[in-house]
Design a binder for this molecule. Sequence first.
Ligand SMILES: Nc1nc2c(ncn2[C@@H]2O[C@H](COP(=O)(O)OP(=O)(O)OP(=O)(O)O)[C@@H](O)[C@H]2O)c(=O)[nH]1
Ligand SMILES: [Mg+2]
Length: 386
Amino acid sequence: MSPTSWRSRPPSERAILAGRPGRSERPGRSERDGEGLAELRLLAETAGADVRGEVLQRRGPIRSSTFLSKGKIEEVRALSAEQESSLLLLDEDLSPAQSRNLEAELKMKVVDRTGLILDIFSRRAHTREARLQVELAQLEYILPRLTRMWEHLSRLGGGIGTRGPGETQLEVDRRRIRERIAKLKRELTRVVKERRVQRRGRRDCFKVSLVGYTNAGKSTLFNALTRAHVYVEDRLFATLDPTTRVFAAGDGERALLTDTVGFIRKLPPKLVASFRATLEEVAEADLLLHVIDCMEPDIDAHINAVEGVLESIGALGRPRLLVFNKLDSLTDEVAALGLRARYPGAVFVSALTRGGLPELREEAMRTLRRNSNGGARPNERRGGDP
Ligand SMILES: Nc1nc2c(ncn2[C@@H]2O[C@H](COP(=O)(O)OP(=O)(O)OP(=O)(O)O)[C@@H](O)[C@H]2O)c(=O)[nH]1
Ligand SMILES: [Mg+2]
């Protein structure tokens, strides 16, 4: 794979999906009925792909050289010929060698999960901060792949036009990428500092951050609670940049609410690291509102994925309130009662119909007061940085 080739593809490239069925997928379904890899399909569509079929690799040992078994590779080959597709999107992270082997066997472009998520982020990054963060993650993803690609060329026997010039070109490319990475890191360090200064200015306020799986409805809830107009879309990663607004005020106290980037299962660690400037806000919040889509079939997997990211950014210890959103869609009374019984401390809302919002605001403020030094207001609290 040319590391950058898939970034410049036309908007609706025909794609075949492959991966292991998720835990929430129902057994016994056919592999082409569109249910097997629901999240990958959403990611693919968000990236602008025209999904033409799915191939499921059942549980069991994988073929280490290509991840997919020989039989599955044949299936992908047949399906892609039938659908005239030249792109395979894999729901797993491949080593550089695996993606190279798979591309060689299939003679089609292969993009793994991290590659796909990075592609979506690069399409979504509009502000300077987001672009810096995404570019850093992309270059760090590309760098080891570049190395392996050129090593592979050298191993093929070198000879005229490959070995000598190949190695030279590899060194040049690697040096350029390393230099760019160093420059991006310096710029991001400046962004981190700017954000810290901004937050210092808000020391006297309670700080609340919305966190949650992508598409859970964080931005919709943010708009409903603050009357802001943050962009909302039924696609993944609509939000990359944080926005902060006043969300409650009164009795000499103010709480600020921040909407930020959503999380997903297997969010690339490099991407999380690159988003340090954005995610520090979360790590320093007085309260996290963990928004969950109550229609999600595997709620616990989503909660675990979010907690995994929170842990990796040092925010798992922050006070947290579970907020089940989209209650308007949950028409099954028994399921609604079941959820309330399973998560007794949670708040249930509909950002769309604004149901449950007063209760959420009250519960959030109650939790903030309880956690802030025995009821003192934020400007009376001890301590330096917010
Ligand atoms: N039925 C229903 N749909 C909702 C509700 N809240 C949000 N949605 C829809 O869910 C989709 C995602 O909403 P967003 O607010 O963009 O979700 P998000 O969590 O900010 O997503 P990312 O920024 O992509 O991580 C949109 O189509 C919203 O209209 C709700 O309470 N009920
Ligand atoms: Mg959003």
